[in-house]
Ligand binder design. Structure first.
Ligand code: AMP
Length: 424
């Protein structure tokens, strides 16, 4: 057997985990202070959760889903994105029923069978924030402000926020017809994917990165010129409020987002800190999504960003990470009796929340033990041998200053705790 993780899926360990924990902690604290509560949905969902919501002509549904056979008649899918699963859970548990605004976030791995490259993985983590039951542009502003609060707290400010409106069930169908009429004469020149999109999802042609679709998109009619009155006022008010709240943005009428379920506001965050895969995150409104689960429409808006991409952006910046934690003390027993004493002490200190290290090899000599204390980077070594035991004392050695003092065994635990609490 070849010992490799699945292509595009990575193990996380060592200093990397330390960095991730720091970033996760920061982000979840900010989400909490904005009132977002965590929701964890299962990794597997029924296939309809995505095929009926994200859209049949999307890359995600057409090409990228990992399928798991549940039975001869049922397929399950490893979650490729968070919003559809979130909405399935909201509807299942009636989380929308109060009619009051509700805020949720998720932090979960996503699975997409894509061609792996820098910043593009087959298993990647997303943080997502979702706000349901608030139709106002203020909800949109809050989400965009929240994204900024998170990225700025980590020192990442080099990105652009692009916003658009993709209209609603009233105005979008009319625009789609106009768009189809624009592309029809060019059909033969479109890329094979877009030729298929022309009939069922012409909006998505605007998103295509292939030539000549890209060039055509520059000439295509703009949805902003075809919004209904309600969508237009929502979009105007959003821009006014963003300005008032000091949230920088750029209007980009070609952003449609890849997925079917968006309506009105759609946005993307892109950063020059990333390479070819320059999207930090994106999101938008999905007011009607619940209808696909058989429940009348209610307002909803959210975003998601990829954590691996955030980490790549952070690698380009001065490190925001605190030093890698080290054990506070290294326990060095010399002899059987001392070993039992220090083994007991080590367990008590750990239970008190103090990380100490000790080797369970009883034959080590003092020199070897002190070398190990240095290797761990411990501030303190606690040395206990027969002589010390007879005198009911232990030696505390300051590993940085190389100074030593004796402490009575009766006070040893308290003394270590005291020093730990005083340590910077
Ligand atoms: P999407 O759901 O495609 O709009 O993706 C939202 C965000 O998730 C993107 O902006 C990226 O930060 C991240 N992302 C999407 N696909 C991948 C991937 N294959 N590998 C790593 N991150 C991804």
């Amino acid at each position: 057997m070849e010992v490799n993780a699945v292509r595009g899926m990575h193990d996380l360990f060592g200093d990397e985990v330390h960095k991730w924990l720091f970033v996760e902690g920061k982000i979840t604290r900010i989400l909490s202070s904005f009132g977002y509560q965590e929701i964890r949905t299962p990794a597997l969902e029924k296939i309809d959760v995505f095929s009926q919501t994200v859209g049949l002509q999307t890359d995600i549904v057409e090409k990228q889903m990992y399928l798991v056979k549940e039975s001869d008649t049922e397929m399950l899918v490893l979650r490729p994105e968070g919003t559809a699963s979130f909405m399935r859970a909201v509807v299942e548990h009636g989380l929308h029923r109060s009619g009051q605004a509700q805020r949720y976030f998720y932090y979960l791995p996503m699975f997409r069978h894509e061609r792996p490259q820098k910043g593009r993985l087959r298993q990647f983590f997303q943080f997502g924030a979702e706000l349901i039951n608030d139709p106002t542009p203020h909800a949109d502003v809050e989400l965009l402000f929240l994204f900024n609060a998170i990225y700025h707290s980590l020192g990442v400010t080099e990105y652009e926020t692009e916003i658009n409106s993709v209209g609603c069930a009233v105005c979008r169908p009319k625009y789609v017809e106009i768009l189809r009429a624009f592309y029809k004469p060019k059909a033969a020149e479109l890329c094979p994917d877009c030729q298929k999109r022309l009939d069922r999802a012409p909006l998505r042609i605007l998103d295509c990165k292939n030539e000549p679709c890209r060039s055509f998109a520059k000439e295509a009619p703009l949805i902003l010129d075809h919004l209904c009155q309600e969508c237009s006022s929502h979009h105007q008010e959003l821009k006014v409020q963003l300005q008032k709240m000091g949230v920088p943005f750029k209007e980009n009428p070609r952003i449609v987002r890849g997925l079917d379920y968006y309506c009105r506001t759609a946005f993307e965050f892109t950063s020059p800190l990333l390479g070819a895969q320059n999207a930090l995150g994106g999101g938008g409104r999905y007011d009607g999504l619940s209808e696909r689960f058989g429940v009348p429409a209610f307002p909803a808006i959210g975003w998601a960003f990829g954590v691996e991409r955030l980490m790549l952006a952070l690698d380009q910046k001065q490190s925001p990470y605190p030093p890698v934690p080290k054990p506070f003390a290294y326990l060095a027993p010399l002899g059987e009796q001392a070993f039992t004493y220090l083994f007991n002490l080590s367990l008590k200190l750990k239970k008190n929340g103090i990380w100490v290290e000790m080797s369970y090899d009883k034959d080590k000599k003092l020199k070897g033990l002190l070398k190990e204390a240095d290797r761990w980077g411990a501030e303190l070594a606690i040395i206990l041998g027969d002589d010390e035991l007879n005198a009911s004392q232990a030696v505390l050695r300051n590993m940085n200053e190389r100074s030593q003092e004796n402490v009575a065994l009766d006070n040893l635990e308290q003394e270590v705790i005291r020093r730990y609490q005083r340590a910077p």
